[in-house]
Design a protein around this ligand. Structure first.
Ligand code: SAH
Length: 240
């Protein structure tokens, strides 16, 4: 095995898997995503080659993995959350497979449910929501998502990469038929010490979320109200 595509978890370094950490501690080369915490990068052996992908295009990262992959060294490609959830891990895996380089995928705790949970929002809840749709906050070419199909799912929506366009997202969902009173939240830097979250409705969310930092998830649906109720019941300041 030469290249390990490893999920680092959603932010808190304690949320990497035991297997992921074991691989980081034993690697020769670590290629780390921008979202990966420094504590995890520091777990690599002292003599390991550590490459940050900051400033690199995806094509360059993929080329680098293929190049290192031919050396026989033990390479860990450490990616935020899960490598196969909006992580372009699939593209890296295809390039490695095409180059005949052995690889494995080590799943990670994706932000999908972990980040809502860090703000006490259960993505499914008996009697409230029995389905979750995850989607990018923008379409394939950076254009608007397909609001009509998102509004029609009837369950929880978890929107990635949507912080910069919360206002358009909320407006688009309302125009597509969701009530303006639908509960909605933004969770910024979930599971990290400086996590912040706001909870409101599709009508109020954009204003509430102004000034929040990325990475952030937008969560839409009645489960958000369950989270707000839980937070109030526990009197924890998880939701402002
Ligand atoms: N592979 C990752 C997702 C990478 S895409 C995973 O499985 O979680 C990056 C997007 O994920 C960000 O724009 C944001 O929407 C979301 N995200 C990742 N980590 C987050 C965190 N700690 N808090 C809030 N959102 C996060």
């Amino acid at each position: 095995m030469t290249v390990h595509l490893v999920g680092a978890g959603p932010g808190d370094p304690g949320l990497i898997t035991a297997r992921g950490l074991e691989l980081v501690r034993a690697c020769d080369v670590l290629v780390a995503d921008v979202l990966v915490s420094q504590e995890l990068i520091d777990e690599a052996p002292e003599d390991a080659i550590v490459v940050s992908r900051a400033g690199m295009k995806q094509e360059e990262v993929t080329r680098l993995l293929v190049a290192y992959g031919t050396t026989g060294l033990d390479i860990v490609r450490l990616k935020g959350g899960d490598p196969f959830v909006f992580g372009r891990g699939g593209e890296e895996a295809i390039a490695l497979a095409e180059a005949g380089i052995p690889f494995e995928v080590v799943p990670g705790v994706s932000s999908i449910a972990a980040v809502p949970a860090s703000a006490l929002i259960p993505v499914t809840h008996r009697g409230v929501s029995d389905r979750v749709t995850i989607a990018s906050g923008h379409g394939a070419d950076g254009d608007e998502p397909d609001y009509a199909s998102l509004a029609a799912t009837g369950g929880t929506l978890v929107l990635f990469m949507g912080l910069e366009r919360v206002e358009q997202l909320c407006r688009g969902l309302v125009a597509a038929g969701l009530p303006a009173s639908t509960p909605a939240a933004v969770v910024s830097r979930g599971t990290l010490p400086d996590q912040e979250s706001v909870s409101g409705t599709l009508e109020t969310l954009a204003e509430l979320a102004a000034g929040l930092e990325s990475p952030a998830l937008v969560i839409v649906g009645d489960v958000v109200a369950v989270g707000a109720g839980l937070a109030a019941a526990m009197a924890v300041p998880a939701i402002a």
